[in-house]
Each structure stands twice: as C-alpha cells, then as structure tokens.
Design a binder for this molecule. Structure first.
Ligand SMILES: NC(=O)c1ccc[n+]([C@@H]2O[C@H](COP(=O)([O-])OP(=O)(O)OC[C@H]3O[C@@H](n4cnc5c(N)ncnc54)[C@H](O)[C@@H]3O)[C@@H](O)[C@H]2O)c1
Ligand SMILES: Nc1ncnc2c1ncn2[C@@H]1O[C@H](COP(=O)(O)OP(=O)(O)OP(=O)(O)O)[C@@H](O)[C@H]1O
Length: 291
C-alpha cells in the first residue's frame, strides 16, 4: 500500500484533546496556556483523565478524548508523544507534540511558543507529516496479538551473560541469523533513536523503509540493512530473548513462537510548524556535523 507523506490540513477545529507526561505537576502553567490560547479561538479542550487528575482538572476517558477531538496534543517529551501516537492509532487523529521533556527530538513546539503556534495553526500555517509505523504480530499458541510501534521493536538478550540467537525470514525464507546482543527493527522516524546508538543509518523520516540493525553482533560480517516497505519480516528466537516495543512494552519470547513485522497500513500524523527542518533538528539536538 502506498502511504503519502503529507496529508490535508484540518478543515474545522472545534475540540482538542490533551495528554500530559505522567507524574509531572510542573506542566500546570503550560496546560493553562494551551487552554486559554484555544479559548481565544472558540475551541474546547478535553483533558485525558489521568493527566487531569494529576493537575486537578475535570477529565474525560482516553477513548472519549480521541473520539471527540479534531487533533490531540502531547505535552511532555518524546516518550509521551510516542505513547500517544501508539495509543490513539486506531482513531487516526493528528498529534501535536509540545516539548516539555529532556531531548525533544520529535516534539518541535517549545512551551514558550504555545500561544504563537496555536494562533498560526488556526491560520492554516502548519503541516501534517505522515510517519510510517510498524505493525507487529506476536504468534502465541495459535493466537495472534497485534501491536503498533512508532520508533522500533527491539529483540534483545534477556540475560546479561548470554548472547541471543535470532533467525530472520522474509516471506518465510531464512535470510540471516543474528548472534549477539539483539536486533532493532526501526521505522525511519525511529532511526535516530536506538538504531542510531547501535550504528544504524539515519533515514529521512518521510522515507518508507524497514531498517534492521544488529546490536553488538558477534561477527565481522553483520551490517545494518534497509529493506523495502512492503516486505514482511518474521523472527524466531529462544526463551533468552525479550521483545521491547518503543522502549515501553516488554514481552518474553518464551511464550512467543514467531514475531512478524510489517509497515502498518496507516502512519502517525504529526502536526509540525512550517519552519521545522529535519537537518536543523539533527544539528541542534544530536550535534549532526559537529567536529
Ligand atoms: N541505547 C539507546 O540509545 C537506547 C536504549 C533503549 C531505548 N532507546 C530508545 O528509546 C526510545 C523510547 O524513547 P523514550 O523517550 O520513551 O524513552 P527514554 O525516556 O528512555 O529516552 C530515550 C531517548 O531517546 C530520545 N528519542 C526517542 N525517540 C527518538 C527519535 N525517534 N529520534 C531521536 N531521539 C529519540 C528521547 O528523547 C530520549 O532522550 C525507544 O524507541 C528506543 O529507540 C534507546
Ligand atoms: N502515556 C504514557 N504511558 C506510559 N509511559 C509514558 C507515557 N508518557 C511518557 N511515558 C514514559 O515516561 C518517560 C518520560 O516521559 P518523556 O519521554 O515524555 O519525558 P522525558 O524523558 O523527560 O523526555 P524525552 O523523552 O524527550 O527525553 C519515558 O520513558 C516515556 O516512555
């Protein structure tokens, strides 16, 4: 399936949803800023109940927020944005990341830009990028559990003292066996996360590809691999391997016979400022090109 890289702008915005980084009460002034900037536009703000409870507001369920909102805001770091994109995947709502974290590679709007960006958004001065996501199928005792990933799925050794062995297949045909600390399957957006630390390539986030990068492979011949977006890759490993999705969900391979990874039919829709330039972000946040 062809996934386009940009999507149409929102036509009419009446309601916006908000989720905050957990356990951070310092976010209160920014929530007030978002609320009043939206009020000026005649737009209602729905705050998800866990975030609302943390800050003393009246909240709504996550599902109600997703159903009733025209777009969603994540107020926090990259992890909060990733969690929101994953949890709201089925609702196909655009997501705006407002940066209140440590690195903020994905969340490009700073807290001191909230008012100005919201004004610009209502003038149509923004873009929505479609970021490829992964659909992961875990095969357990004849049943299939499906999960989505925004950055990556990591198959990692579970014991510090042992290597893991991972067999990798394309369309059922074995194409490699990885021996070492594990393997990362990353989206282009996730290429600047764990994949980068493991020596994988930086891949422009609107590219469509599957990136496979071994972690500390015990071999002179294992290299990162970039595969076409329409490949379905599957993996088998032993009980000494764990699976980690976006650093947020963990499964033990003990109970899993096979893991299949493919591009999800829908991508995440990220709202960005028109000024955002990927290479500027690489330079500013990851010191790209610095000597
Ligand atoms: N050794 C490593 O580099 C390592 C180890 C474990 C997990 N991770 C990454 O952490 C990600 C989860 O992020 P988190 O913020 O929830 O966890 P986290 O709080 O543990 O932080 C991971 C760091 O990676 C940054 N990050 C996350 N996604 C990024 C992206 N697409 N591009 C550039 N930087 C990014 C975050 O801002 C944060 O500084 C996982 O998907 C995985 O890729 C990296
Ligand atoms: N809704 C959520 N559900 C579960 N975990 C979450 C959620 N939001 C954030 N987290 C986790 O909480 C941790 C901190 O959140 P977040 O990444 O947003 O802030 P940060 O670490 O300060 O910023 P950054 O990731 O930009 O450095 C991360 O490990 C993230 O995965």
């Amino acid at each position: 399936m062809k996934i386009t890289n940009h999507t149409h702008l929102l036509t009419q915005i009446k309601t916006v949803g908000l989720v905050c980084k957990p356990n951070d009460t310092t976010l209160m002034p920014y929530v007030e800023e978002i609320k009043s900037a939206l009020q000026l536009q005649g737009v209602a703000l729905l705050i998800e109940q866990t975030s609302a409870q943390m800050l003393g507001y009246k909240g709504v369920s996550f599902e109600q927020m997703c159903e009733e909102s025209d777009f969603l805001i994540s107020l926090g770091g990259d992890g909060s944005l990733i969690a929101l994109c994953r949890k709201s995947f089925a609702y196909h709502k655009p997501v705006l990341g407002i940066y209140a974290g440590q690195l903020g590679f994905l969340t490009d709007i700073q807290t001191d830009e909230i008012r100005q960006f919201i004004e610009e958004l209502f003038l149509g001065h923004y873009r929505i990028d479609i970021r490829m996501m992964l659909e992961i199928s875990l095969h357990v005792k004849g049943k299939i559990e499906k999960i989505v990933a925004f950055n990556d799925i990591v198959l990692s050794r579970s014991k510090i003292s042992h290597m893991s062995t991972i067999k990798a297949y394309v369309d059922g045909k074995l194409f490699n066996s990885y021996y070492g600390d594990g393997l990362i399957v990353s989206t282009p957006t996730g290429s600047t996360a764990y994949n980068l630390s493991a020596g994988g390539p930086v891949v422009y986030p609107l590219t469509e590809a599957l990136i496979l990068t071994p972690i500390c492979p015990h071999s002179l011949s294992q290299r990162p691999l970039v595969l076409p977006v329409d490949f379905e890759i599957s993996f088998e490993s032993d009980g000494d391997t764990v699976i980690v999705i976006d650093g947020q969900d963990t499964y033990n391979m003990n109970e899993i016979e096979r893991v299949c990874v493919r591009s999800a039919k829908e991508g995440a829709r990220l709202i960005h400022s028109l000024d955002r330039d990927y290479f500027d972000v690489l330079k500013k946040k990851l010191h790209w090109g610095h000597v």
